[in-house]
Design a binder for this molecule. Structure first.
Ligand code: UGY
Ligand code: MN
Length: 247
């Protein structure tokens, strides 16, 4: 949707941002071809990770080298062939993956309109822990657990919650009227994509109406809270950095 008179819901503040789809502009990203790629969040914004939204045309591909960057991805629509090192799989909407630092990965043969979110960061090794292994999974097979006891706010933890991983990728689904139980303020940074529904997101001292397609950046210690509104459940995919030393 575009708005007349130069209006938009997009807001980029120093320590948080809301990116509404009407403001998207494509970028050319090395390794990704035959696709519309939107860099939603990166270090130019103040973040320590990148969040990309990639919508493939038929014949498009992403082919990223083995380097110090790790990637967690989620297929929102469509399907493709995914290869991470020696691991190869045909995936569909709802699939997720983790490509560790040091392994090349690719997405090929995408169906038209295949939309993938990528979270990328430089891997921070942990003494005594091996670099995590490649993962391909299906979010539909990951049980949503009640968040802090609330069965109407369910969290699917897509990647293993173990010290070797320095990032998490989760899906949070709220029934209409359900909320984050309190205003969270934490050291972990978030990148978020609204997958379905709508609601209101509090970021620092501002309250934003949000809906499917919106992306949000929350810097470390950005106070945050969400309420799902409307008549259908709201859900979002999000990234957070985890499991590393405070100093
Ligand atoms: O994992 C989290 O910190 C999550 N509860 N935050 C959020 O949904 N904004
Ligand atoms: Mn949080």
């Amino acid at each position: 949707m575009s708005f007349p008179y130069g209006q938009t819901r997009t807001r980029v503040a120093t320590r948080h941002a809301l990116l509404a789809p009407d403001g998207h502009v494509k970028s050319s990203v090395p390794g990704i071809a035959g696709a519309a790629t939107i860099i939603l969040i990166n270090k130019a914004m103040g973040a320590r990770f990148a969040q990309l939204l990639v919508t493939f045309e038929p014949g498009g591909r992403a082919s990223l080298p083995a380097d110090e960057v790790e990637t967690a991805g989620y297929f929102e629509t469509g399907g493709a062939t995914l290869a991470i090192g020696k691991l190869k799989a045909k995936v569909q909407a709802g699939a997720f993956f983790f490509a560790p630092a040091g392994e090349a990965w690719s997405i090929t043969a995408p169906r038209k309109g295949t939309r993938v979110t990528l979270f990328q960061k430089k891997f921070v090794p942990l003494a005594g822990e091996k670099t995590p292994q490649a993962i391909v999974g299906d979010a539909a097979k990951v049980k949503g657990e009640p968040f802090l006891g609330d069965p109407d706010a369910r969290l699917q933890v897509l990647l293993p919650d173990v010290p070797a991983f320095d990032l998490a990728m989760n899906i949070f689904t709220y029934q209409p009227g359900a909320t984050l139980p309190f205003v969270e303020t934490h050291v972990m940074e978030h990148g978020l994509l609204m997958l379905a529904g709508q609601g209101v997101y509090r970021l620092e001292d501002a309250w934003y109406p949000v809906a499917a397609g919106d992306a949000i950046w929350m810097a470390p210690f950005c106070p945050q809270w969400f309420v799902a509104m409307g008549k259908t459940p709201a859900s979002y995919l999000y990234y957070k950095d985890v499991n590393r030393a405070a100093l």
